[in-house]
Ligand binder design. Structure first.
Ligand code: BG6
Length: 476
């Protein structure tokens, strides 16, 4: 990428929070080492703590960066913090506090000779977002002498109504072209490579349809449980937390038509078309699960019905996909952490090698796109084993990112760079959010879908097999 980064002020609201420490600071630190990012960016951490000042905040962030193992050179980190970091308390978040923030921003811009390009990253709990947007807007921080961009993290509402309210609240002050809604799955290298695979390799297009594809499975498996997130997870559950956003975004990239350009507008348009073509999902096509032991987790209700697992089948009513089942599956405490898209191609109609075998024994070719932990693409083909009589076995044609390119940047690095450049291609727009809630909101808290128990370390409740497919479980 060659676009030059313009000098800017990166304002993080929620600068003492987990997201800021785990993802934002390490990413910005790494980015700032690149030539493209250059010198002219300053970071202003904003949070409620009134006891902190620039100096004490810098010391804290220096510790965060060192802990993240980003550098062994403590002088270098310390110099970086000294030159780039400031802190401003937002106190109780009153109108006056936001006016104070606006004044501080102008002061810092003057001090560093910045032209007024501003990025506001809301690294805040979701219920704090509307007030923060209002505070920024009322303090006239929604516009500036340069560009102003607003970054919002998921969840984007809890259902259709709350998502519409949230969008309306943000649009009161910010234009859609200023808003960057982050779905961090879209920053993963292989997710973007999926588009390259599909649209830069002409042969793929000929096979990418109902004539040649039997089914598509998207699995995002996590080996961990909910860790310390009980409070937000209890309210969310697997459909809201993962399916409505991450897995649906992946589905859109698999299913969409060729966009007219690799540009935000064209890609958003194609994704929206897919969302509009997905047929209503029947509750019978959904299996929910909860790992045993969930109700005993800290701060979880002993009667909790929150699903930690969801698997579902859906259909897309388009010329390309009609009749091809798409299966989405995600869960916590599954056997391993792995995100995969498995495209199963139609089987050979007749087995000339084993004529007596039933059709079901003929294996499909599988295209397996692994997003994590080891990004890459594997294509399963049938080959002949050595010797007679002839017998077939499955082997893989493989491309693995790490082998070809070494270590990959974190998804946040990629997304932050795009925000600073002003490229909305990998960000989710308001209409996609609403279209996606239209698909799933009736499945959340629906009493006609029982929540089945499953043992941690298994692939989820047995009932998921009733949805029809042979599930392709990732192997270690
Ligand atoms: C988040 C979910 O959006 O994604 C978490 O809220 C989940 O529940 C996480 O653990 C998974 O992200 P990744 O990148 O680790 O697969």
């Amino acid at each position: 990428m060659s676009d030059k980064i313009e000098p800017h002020l990166f304002v993080i609201l929620g600068a003492l929070g987990d997201l800021a420490k785990r993802k934002l600071f390490p990413s910005v630190y790494n980015l700032s080492a690149s030539e493209q990012f250059g010198e002219n960016h300053i970071i202003l951490g904003v949070d409620v703590d009134v006891t902190l000042n620039d100096e004490s905040y810098r010391a804290g962030i220096q510790g965060v960066l060192e802990e993240a193992g980003l550098t062994v050179d403590t002088d270098q980190v310390s110099y970086w913090c000294e030159c780039r970091l400031h802190y401003q308390s937002l106190g109780s978040g009153s109108g006056t506090d936001f006016q104070g923030l606006a004044a501080r921003i102008r002061e810092i811009e003057q001090e560093h000779g910045l032209p007024g390009n501003r990025l506001f990253y809301l690294a805040l709990p979701s219920d704090a977002v509307p007030d923060a947007v209002k505070g920024l807007g009322e303090a006239d921080l929604n516009s500036s002498p340069g560009w102003t961009r607003l970054v919002v993290e998921k969840p984007f509402g809890w259902d259709m109504v709350s998502a519409q309210e949230l969008n309306a609240g943000i649009h009161r002050y910010f234009d859609e072209s200023q808003i960057y809604r982050i779905d961090h799955y879209l920053g993963k290298e292989t997710v973007q490579n999926l588009l390259v695979f599909r649209f830069a390799n002409a042969f793929v297009e000929h096979l990418w349809n109902r004539e040649h594809i039997e089914s598509v499975q998207i699995t995002v498996a996590e080996s961990l449980g909910i860790e310390s997130r009980a409070q937000s997870y209890e309210r969310a559950g697997a459909v809201r937390d993962m399916i409505q956003n991450h897995l649906t975004q992946l589905l859109c990239l698999v299913a969409m038509e060729v966009p007219s350009a690799f540009k935000a507008g064209s890609i958003r348009h194609e994704k929206l078309k897919v969302l509009g073509q997905i047929e209503p999902i029947h509750p019978d096509d959904v299996v929910l699960g909860q790992y045993s032991g969930y109700q005993q987790e800290d701060r979880v209700s002993a009667q909790s019905n929150t699903p930690t697992f969801a698997a579902l089948k859906l259909q897309i009513a388009s010329w390309r996909w009609k009749g091809v089942p798409f299966y989405l599956r995600t869960g916590k405490h599954l056997p391993l952490r792995c995100s995969q898209i498995v495209v199963a191609f139609e089987r050979a109609p007749v087995s000339i090698f084993h004529p007596s075998e039933s059709e079901d024994n003929v294996k499909p070719n599988l295209l397996i796109i692994t997003l994590q932990p080891e990004e890459g693409i594997d294509f399963h083909i049938q080959v002949k084993s050595i010797g007679d009589p002839i017998s077939l076995t499955t082997q893989q044609l493989s491309f693995h990112y790490a082998d070809a390119f070494g270590k990959l940047p974190d998804a946040y690095e990629h997304l932050i760079l795009d925000i600073v450049i002003g490229d909305q291609t990998l960000f989710v727009c308001d209409s996609q959010i609403e279209a996606s809630w239209r698909l799933y909101e009736h499945l959340c808290g629906n009493p006609s879908i029982p929540v089945q128990s499953y043992e941690p370390g298994t692939w989820g409740p047995e009932e998921m097999n009733l949805l029809g497919p042979t599930w392709y479980n990732p192997s270690p």
